[in-house]
Design a protein. Sequence first.
Length: 361
Amino acid sequence: MKKKLTTIFLTLGLIAAAFAQSNLQPIAEVKLTVRAPITLGQLKARVTTLEKELGRKMTVEERKQVLDGLIDERLIVQAAEKDGMRVSDSEVNEYFNNYVSSQLGRAVTEAEFAQIIREQANMSLDEYMKSQNGMTMAEFKNFLRTQITAQNYTMRKKQNEIQSAIQEPTDAQIRSYYEVNKQSFVQPDTVKLFLALVPKENNASAAEKKVRELQKKLSANAKIIADIHSKSLEKNSGYWSQEIFVGKTPLAAEQMGLSMDELLKIFAMKKGEVSAVHETPANYQCFVILEKLDARILGLSDVMQPGSNVSLYEYIKNMVMMQRQKDALNAGFIAIRNDLRKPEYFTLFKKDTELDKTLSW
């Protein structure tokens, strides 16, 4: 029996080693300035990220496009480095902070975002990023560095073409865009909450006691909100509070860690009503219903999101300009890419049916 088990373990070890060797296998190489292999493992990592976004398995043809994209990225990064262009860590960090701030709807640093993830999801930032896009923080920042490099290099090389393409839309164009897409600009049923949250950290019972004290105060006198919020800003207050807007949407339920039925119960509450204490893996929380807003189609003078000061008119103008910039950047990138896609600058180690077989994992 012992001999059989040894044989099984050896076989499993050989399978694992073969799998590792497969992932390390180069399937392409970029060599504009230095030899930089693209391994099957690197391709699989990028495909996994994209499949998470798509919510489905990619076809072989789509995976070929991803491989082409990786080759293009490496080529343009090497071209940028050849021209002396480097992206600093501070640029990458700033880009990441802006990225997560746009997701949350308020300005946060990486450290603050990590704290929010710990409190609301009971996960490290690495674990959270891995669950969201299949990359660790280091891998995601390296991905951002590549994207920033490609964008900066394209902006430098195609500056004149890009600037001439980015023109501010006229009033007539903005109003025409609104009329065509009016049905898309809908504000769902929305509630404005005052949320008080106490992290469990290393003392869950103390956190529960604290949030129950806050809930009791709010239930006795809803006007105490300003005082509770002011004290939450003090050092070592032990809790966090904020006014937030929540839409009646599946996305809002997911962001709050609630089921849709639980979210609907919030919308059934009356203005001024105080919630029961709610426990999550990382904290205890309670809230007060401050305002209830009915669903409606937004007009051009309305704010795009409750609590913001950006009108729908300004939003459309900025969106059209951003789309024009994106299109111009993409056209510039394609022009540079076509200049760099020369046989002497890269090599595909597998082609045709052999490549199809490799990409059919």
